[in-house]
Structure formats: structure tokens, C-alpha cells
Write a protein of this length. Structure first.
Length: 203
């Protein structure tokens, strides 16, 4: 699900002509398993990442979001140690600009502290306010378990792309009618090559 969603986002970026190092991506539901993994993978290429959690429990959500942000920073540090080169302007590039990387055995609080420093530099943001942060996002990923329509015609940036992984969907049906400038992708869905054969006839 995560890999197909990220590939969908990259296809949308290519179609829209957006440059990832200059893009802001918001992940709604970043504390869930799928949202967390998606955020960590996207952190490799983007210039700014907004992690959005549950507004019903803001304090708990912020702690969990900070942990996700720290995991993303630790992942970027591991890539850097393996020789990965980050494009200028990306979160990874900014991380390297903060100075020598901590030892790979560093605890989560070290990575979370670095995440907060990146947040101060504008590369990361932790939030529980969808309506405040979505209008600034070039790309939006939804990965929640709520049935609410969190993404509406009013809280999307002009020309944005939305990858909706959530089931039930979090994107309002009104977006398609009211916002022809917005590209909505049903993320996490793939077509399996060939015709499926389970060994018997279903009729």
C-alpha cells in the first residue's frame, strides 16, 4: 500500500510539473502504520513535510507525531551514512547542514531533537489542524481510519494533488466537482498483472 501510494505521488508530481525539493507534502494520519511509513519514504525527496495527527487528542498526537518525525530523521541519517546524496533544499540536505550526524546507536530523543531543529528551520511541521495546514500543501496524502471528509474544496491549495489511501475515503466528493484544478488519486490500489486464477470457477 505504501509503495504504490508513494509511486502514485511521484507520478502526480511528474504530471503536474512540481519539483519535489521545492514541494510541501502533508501526510494526514501520519501516526498510523501506513501514514508513518509513507512519511518516512517521502522525507527522502521533499523540501518540506507536514505531519498531521488526530485533533481530538492534540497532546497525545503531537508526541506520536514527534516520534514519527524522529524516525524519519533517523532514516535520512542512515541513508546519508550509506552514501546517499540529497538534492539541495530537501529535508535530508538540510539535516546534513545542521552539522555532524549523531552515532547510529543514538536514542530516539536525539533524532526527535534534530526533528525539532528541522521544524525550526521550516523543513518539518507537526500539526493537528487540517484546515490550517492543507492550504499550504502542494501534495496531500490521507492515511486515516476515520470516516470524516477531512479534505474539502475549501482547504486545498490551487493545483494541489491528493493521494487518498484512507478507507473509507477522506476526500469529499465535492472536490471533484468544485475543484477541477485538483488531481485526486485513489492511492494504494494496484492492478495485478495477468488474469487472477484461484483454481476454481466462482460462476
Amino acid at each position: 500500500t505504501v509503495v504504490s501510494a508513494v509511486e502514485s505521488i511521484y507520478m502526480a508530481v511528474e504530471r503536474l510539473g512540481t519539483r519535489l525539493p521545492e514541494a510541501t507534502i502533508a501526510v494526514v494520519g501520519a501516526t498510523g502504520a501506513i501514514g508513518r511509513a509513507t512519511a518516512i519514504l517521502l522525507a527522502e525527496e521533499v523540501g518540506r513535510l507536514v505531519l498531521i495527527g488526530n485533533p481530538a487528542r492534540p497532546e497525545v498526537s503531537r508526541k506520536r507525531l514527534l516520534k514519527v518525525a524522529g524516525d524519519a530523521v533517523a532514516h535520512l541519517a542512515e541513508l546519508a551514512r550509506e552514501g546517499h546524496r540529497f538534492a539541495p533544499g530537501t529535508i535530508g540536505g538540510r539535516l546534513l547542514g545542521l552539522g555532524p550526524l549523531p552515532d547510529e546507536a543514538a536514542g530516539p530523543e536525539v533524532w526527535q531533537d534534530l526533528a525539532l531543529r528541522l521544524a525550526e528551520a521550516g523543513a518539518l511541521r507537526i500539526s493537528t489542524e487540517v484546515d490550517v495546514d492543507l492550504p499550504a500543501a502542494d501534495l496531500v496524502v490521507t492515511a486515516t481510519s476515520t470516516a470524516e471528509e477531512l479534505v474539502t474544496p475549501r482547504n486545498l491549495k490551487f493545483g494541489a494533488a491528493v493521494c487518498d489511501i484512507s478507507r473509507p475515503p477522506n476526500v469529499s466528493r465535492a472536490v471533484k466537482e468544485a475543484r477541477p484544478d485538483v488531481l485526486v488519486i485513489d492511492g494504494g490500489v494496484v492492478e495485478v498483472p495477468g488474469r487472477p486464477d484461484l483454481g476454481w470457477n466462482f460462476g
